[in-house]
Design a protein around this ligand. Structure first.
Ligand SMILES: [Fe+2]
Length: 124
């Protein structure tokens, strides 16, 4: 059974999926179970992957990494997601972008996640 907001990856084709509505089935891609991605928060490389959060009233600025993460074709942050108690906010990036997002949030922030195409899912 899945849980809300879980991220799964297909280790064959690279599909990444987020659970937006809970169901009882196992997520399958390319004929195999998709891998539930672990949300890293204390691993090596955290200085380039852990979200750094600044809050000014209802504006939340998120930078990926205390040292900004590389944004090259082969290695970049694909998205940042802010999960609040009343909504989810996401910004998607392309190589060459700065891995910085701003969200207008009038709610309690539950977590902020970032997905690196090489080093996976990170959460603060
Ligand atoms: Fe990375």
């Amino acid at each position: 059974m899945t849980k809300l907001n879980e991220i799964y990856k297909c280790n064959i084709c690279g599909n990444v999926a987020e659970v937006l509505h809970i169901g009882v089935g196992q997520l399958v891609c390319c004929g195999e179970n998709m891998e539930l991605l672990n949300e890293k928060n204390n691993d090596e490389g955290g200085e380039k992957h852990l979200p750094v959060i600044e809050i000014e009233e209802d504006l939340v600025r998120v930078k990926i990494g205390s040292t900004l993460h590389p944004m090259e074709e082969a290695h970049h942050i694909e998205w940042i997601e802010l999960i609040a108690d009343n909504n989810n906010f996401k910004k998607v990036f392309n190589p060459g972008d700065e891995p910085i997002a701003e969200f207008k949030v009038k709610a309690n922030i539950l977590s902020v996640r970032a997905y690196c195409n090489v080093h996976g899912l990170w959460k603060k």
